[in-house]
Design a protein around this ligand. Structure first.
Ligand code: MG
Length: 257
């Protein structure tokens, strides 16, 4: 190729290239539509309507399972077998020493539990020997109940502890004779085939409106002697502990989650 032909060919190529670029630049593609507020909203399904309970009359939310309405222990049974033998009077029930733990006849997976409890005004004893009871989640994991009003004990055994595992964030006790309120949100564990946790149980505990446990991981069973053990289980009851102390309960309801 001589020099003249080369210049002509190069000029032609440059022209064609610039023409392509110009056409590309001029081509208009459709632009995505701008976001409007309604594009990120959805309206169905609507959450079910639940009528809240009334603390003044100790009524439960409309979708709750009432476990004690002040009248009888028909929702409960003795862990030793037979009827629950704790004493019902004046809209409350009281632990009867030596009759053993009681548990709900129904069993549950994840739930929201409301339970009110108090110590009698004349409670005596010290440390773990004063107003001891407990709420066992799925019958396995104890959230401690203890008279911790001006009563020192080991911190992972205080009221609101995951017993012998995790102390409460604070001490929110009311005096003996006054009602304490527990609201407990519990997520049941999921197990692997080998019996260990795929997802361990978790718990949030609120006492008298104050957070004691904030989505705390439960490590296993809450042993008095020894460390937590992981034991596979399915749905389980709410169990209340007879620790020999006259702890009183009222207004117990549960919502399945
Ligand atoms: Mg206890």
């Amino acid at each position: 190729m001589n020099k003249k032909n080369w210049i002509v060919k190069a000029a032609g190529t440059a022209f064609a290239l610039s023409l392509c670029l110009t056409m590309y630049a001029q081509k208009e593609y459709p632009k995505p539509e701008g976001m409007r507020p309604g594009m990120s909203e959805y309206w169905t399904p609507q959450p079910p309507v639940v009528t809240p309970g009334d603390p003044a009359t100790l009524s439960a939310p409309s979708d709750a399972i009432v476990l004690f309405d002040g009248k009888n222990l028909s929702a409960w049974e003795s862990v030793k077998g037979g009827e629950a033998k704790w004493e019902v009077s004046d809209g409350k029930f009281t632990v009867v020493r030596g009759t053993g733990d009681i548990r709900t006849k129904d069993t549950f997976e994840s739930f929201q539990l409301h339970i009110e409890w108090r110590m009698p005004e004349n409670i005596t004893g010290e440390s773990q020997g004063r107003g001891n009871s407990g709420v066992f989640l799925q019958g396995m994991y104890e959230i401690q109940i203890l008279d911790c009003y001006e009563n020192e004990t080991y911190v992972n055994g205080q009221t609101g502890s995951v017993y012998k595992q995790t102390p409460p964030l604070v001490n929110a006790m009311r005096k003996p004779g006054e009602w304490n309120v527990y609201d407990i949100i519990y997520t049941a564990p999921i197990f692997k085939e080998d019996g260990t946790y795929l997802y361990p149980p978790r718990v949030t505990v609120i006492q008298n409106g104050i957070v004691l446990q904030n989505n705390t991981t439960i490590l296993g069973t809450t042993e008095y002697i020894g460390f937590p053990q992981v034991k596979p289980h399915g749905a389980g009851p709410i169990k209340l502990q007879d620790h020999g102390d006259p702890v009183q309960f009222r207004n117990i309801w549960l919502r399945k989650l």
